[in-house]
Design a protein around this ligand. Structure first.
Ligand code: SF4
Length: 249
């Protein structure tokens, strides 16, 4: 069974997925930026509640106060090595974003009924995963994902579009329905972008799923020319493995 997160990892770098699948641990330093992403992910889950409170900015500040105390409980393993200073800097950084976020929140989007992180699995399409939200709009279902990184000027990033398409395929199989759209929530801005699910991206998801299967069978993919090596925790072993692999392929 291929997880949608496997497809996302493959899209970042197929070789990164190869290392993760072969049991190598991806070293993620608990930097200020990394902790800010964790905070934003948690904050985004309550944007709808904050809007309902009337004073969204005040509610977001309260939530951030709560998270500054409780983030370590939620992310015990990820934050085991993080100092209080780094955590406090991350909280201060996110606090500066709250005014902008609160002014951008869409009451139409955030008032929709949704289920958080439903576990989806389909034997038929060989996929499993949990979108951040499964939204109900009338008799329609639409997956939504929360992104804490950069937001493109227009539309959404290609990898976000493919991730949503993979969830759409899963939802269709499980609920015997047709999913025509999904949403990407860019948490750092409080903005939401709607995505139309397209046929050629459905094909691409199935293609990537099959490539991921090959990697699980032991195939080592080539190092992509545009791989994000600068921020990768596997840089150290990747070059060595590359030399070894080139002897065989
Ligand atoms: S070092 Fe570069 S090519 Fe190797 S796994 Fe990381 S991102 Fe991919």
């Amino acid at each position: 069974m291929i997880r949608v997160s496997d497809i996302t990892a493959y899209l970042k770098c197929p070789r990164m997925y190869y290392f993760m699948n072969s049991g190598q641990e991806l070293i993620k330093e608990p930097t200020v930026e990394y902790i800010q992403r964790l905070l934003l992910k948690e904050m985004a889950l309550i944007y709808g509640t904050a809007l309902n409170e009337g004073n969204a900015l005040c509610a977001l500040n309260d939530e951030l106060d709560r998270l500054s105390d409780e983030l370590r409980i939620i992310y015990r393993q990820e934050l085991a090595e993080a100092s209080d200073d780094v955590l406090n800097n991350a909280v201060s950084g996110v606090r500066t974003l709250l005014e902008g976020i609160s002014s951008n929140l869409s009451s139409e989007h955030y008032s929709r009924m949704c289920e958080l992180e439903p576990a989806l699995r389909s034997e038929k399409c060989g996929l499993a995963g949990s979108p951040d939200k499964l939204i109900t709009i009338g008799d329609e279902l639409a997956p939504a994902i929360i992104k804490t990184g950069a937001m493109p000027e227009n539309g959404v990033w290609k990898s976000d579009r493919l991730q949503l398409t993979a969830y759409a395929i899963l939802v269709e199989e499980i609920y015997n329905t047709v999913v025509t759209r999904g949403f990407v929530e860019y948490a750092r801005w409080g903005k939401v972008r709607e995505v139309t699910i397209k046929r050629h991206e459905r094909r691409k998801v199935l293609q990537v799923r099959d490539r991921v299967r090959k990697i699980e069978e032991g195939f080592m993919p080539e190092k992509p020319v545009d791989a994000p090596c600068e921020h990768c925790g596997f840089t150290g072993i990747c070059d060595v493995k590359s030399t070894l692999a080139s002897r065989f392929f």
